[in-house]
Design a protein around this ligand. Structure first.
Ligand SMILES: [Zn+2]
Ligand SMILES: [Zn+2]
Ligand SMILES: [Zn+2]
Ligand SMILES: [Zn+2]
Ligand SMILES: [Zn+2]
Length: 239
């Protein structure tokens, strides 16, 4: 029997799509769309704006998610991370590399979006994984400390985990309601953001008169009505 051609043997031992040495699972499902540095957008506040006059966006070497240091907190508040030449890995990628498990081991318990900044949070002595942006935009869950962003408190309604998202049509995670009274439309906050219903924090501050993460979110039917409503309330508050 003739020897098999060398090319054939080479394709057999070809590793998966992995580009991170030592990690042998396909992680393309968690990789954020590639953007050049001047197009980077923070996965948490959805904005590319400079903060405190500094360019402080950081990218994960593996999943390419980008965040502001102040939006992320944790170790990025330490200047050494910026001064170091070592690659930076987000908490999820760092964990996957350490344990060598496939990406589906770590998913946000509040939504089905597999991309983005998913971090380990501590909830009543249990560890969970969640998008920082999901915690920020769901009123019934919050970080107890803004800098460490690790321990969360929650008053989630267990029944809401069985609701269907009107945008991705999936049941699971924790869809939020349109803020228009009596509107029953529900969506995951990440799905709402992808559809442009949640914009950057700056836009929200301007349109929806908020200075924190507890902004109003309206479904596509109530975008205009919602804006008027918030504007009116803002006027009343100033009287
Ligand atoms: Zn940000
Ligand atoms: Zn990552
Ligand atoms: Zn999420
Ligand atoms: Zn959804
Ligand atoms: Zn609505």
């Amino acid at each position: 029997m003739a020897d098999e051609p060398e090319e054939f043997i080479n394709t057999e031992v070809e590793p998966t799509t992995s580009k991170v040495p030592g990690y042998n699972h396909d992680y393309s499902s968690i990789v954020t769309e590639f953007k050049t540095q001047d197009e980077w957008i923070c996965d948490i506040c959805n904005s590319s704006a400079e903060q405190d006059g500094e360019y402080n966006l950081v990218q994960c070497e593996m999943c390419l998610v980008v965040v502001h240091d102040t939006c992320f907190g944790r170790e990025l508040l330490d200047d050494e991370v910026f001064e170091s030449d070592d690659p930076w890995y987000c908490p999820r990628c760092k964990y996957l590399l350490e344990v060598g498990l496939p990406p589906k081991t770590v998913e946000c318990y509040l939504c089905p979006d597999r991309k983005g900044m998913i971090v380990d949070v501590v909830l009543e002595h249990n560890e969970r994984w969640a998008h920082i942006s999901c915690v920020n935009s769901i009123v019934e869950i919050w970080f107890k400390e803004n800098s460490t962003k690790e321990i969360v408190g929650q008053l989630l309604n267990p029944l809401q985990f069985q609701e269907k998202c009107s945008l991705c049509k999936l049941i699971g995670g924790y869809p939020i309601f349109c803020d228009m009274v009596k509107c029953n439309t529900k969506f995951h906050s990440r799905c709402a953001r992808a559809k442009g219903l949640i914009k950057t924090l700056e836009e929200h501050e301007e349109q929806f008169a908020v200075e924190d993460w507890n902004y109003k979110v309206y479904c596509s039917r109530h975008q205009e009505k919602g804006k008027e409503k918030v504007k009116k309330r803002k006027l009343c508050a100033h009287l």
